[in-house]
Ligand binder design. Structure first.
Ligand SMILES: Nc1ncnc2c1ncn2[C@@H]1O[C@H](COP(=O)(O)OP(=O)(O)OP(=O)(O)O)[C@@H](O)[C@H]1O
Length: 299
């Protein structure tokens, strides 16, 4: 549905995006992760057709995005720095959205009153930062977009509201196949939401993964042997990391669970356990395997 191909962008002769390509399928949630200055906002602005790229292209359903009003009618971008018309109340802002988006759904707007519970006669500028974020979600979801582009969307929201908004997003994805790209510098914040994760670092995509594949493909194994650790233990295993804690070896390995187990069992370990890994741990080892210290890339 969204195809970003070989995107390049410079600002002031400095490269900001260096040939980034990624695809997002309809009805999926893509998490774009990266540290400050990685290029996430720039990439999202190009994907939303706000900035024009130097090279490459962004296609949505095989059409280019830039200056394409039909696509923009079905897409909502919530930027990191929110913008509302000065002096507009929520009601007046809703009237603006109602005029701009052909998919605007009044019933949805009314139904979401319960979730957001903010007086619509209030001026948006007079609301707190977190409440302004809530209003941006309220209006955006009422516009019933096919595509939602979210730049650091949970900034300033309290934990209860984060959960509520995540539930609303997942509901729209499940019920009407909405597609989301969401940027964050915090993996923990988006891991429960996304089905794909890409890590952007200094304008390049370092790693892109399906979360289910990632979880089924990397394992933490605890092993102990009666005697010394066999020297050939990892000869046929893709090892990402190992450490010895006394007589117990801890290894992070990649591959099929059953194949790995059958290889290790040949060495007759006295202890053999496969332990669960968090997504964060998986990324740390995957990135370490590629020569990057993820701690410098993600918080
Ligand atoms: N309009 C602009 N003019 C000049 N440089 C810009 C402009 N917008 C972004 N940049 C530069 O592009 C680089 C990437 O910025 P961008 O905002 O895309 O990163 P980001 O990954 O979203 O960072 P953050 O997590 O801090 O929001 C930064 O070095 C920034 O200074």
């Amino acid at each position: 549905m969204i195809d970003i191909i070989n995107l390049t962008k410079h600002f002031d002769n400095q490269p900001i995006l260096n040939g980034v390509s990624l695809s997002v399928k309809k009805g999926s949630i893509y998490g774009l992760l990266g540290s400050n200055g990685a290029g996430k906002t720039t990439l999202l602005n190009i994907a939303a057709g706000v900035y024009r790229q130097d090279k490459g292209n962004v296609f949505i359903n095989e059409e280019t995005v830039f200056e394409n009003l039909d696509i923009k009618d079905k897409m909502v971008f919530i930027p990191d720095a929110l913008y509302f018309f000065p002096q507009y109340t929520i009601e007046q802002s809703a009237a603006f959205y109602r005029n701009v988006y052909s998919g605007w759904n009044e019933e949805r707007f009314e139904a979401l009153r319960e979730a957001f519970d903010i007086d619509t006669s209030k001026k948006v500028h007079k609301l707190s930062k977190g409440m302004q974020r809530q209003v941006s979600f309220w209006l955006s979801l009422s516009a019933m977009p096919d595509i939602l582009i979210l730049d650091e969307p949970f900034d300033g929201l309290d934990p209860v509201m984060r959960k509520k908004i995540k539930n609303l997003l997942v509901q729209d994805v499940a019920e009407r196949g909405m597609t989301i790209i969401i940027s964050s510098h915090n993996l923990r914040e988006v891991e429960d939401l996304c089905d794909h994760i890409g890590i952007l670092h200094k304008g390049s995509l370092l790693l892109e993964k399906d979360i289910d594949d990632l979880k089924s493909d990397v394992h933490k194994v605890q092993l102990a042997f009666k005697n010394k650790v066999p020297s050939t233990l990892f000869d046929h295993i893709q090892l990402l990391y190992k450490e010895e804690r006394g007589s117990v070896m801890l290894a992070i390995v990649r591959g099929d669970y059953e194949e790995i187990t059958s290889i290790f069992q040949q060495y007759d370990p006295v202890i053999y356990d496969i332990l669960p890994l968090t997504l964060e741990e998986i990324f740390i080892y995957e990135m370490g395997d590629r020569g990057y210290a993820i701690k410098n890339i993600l918080v």
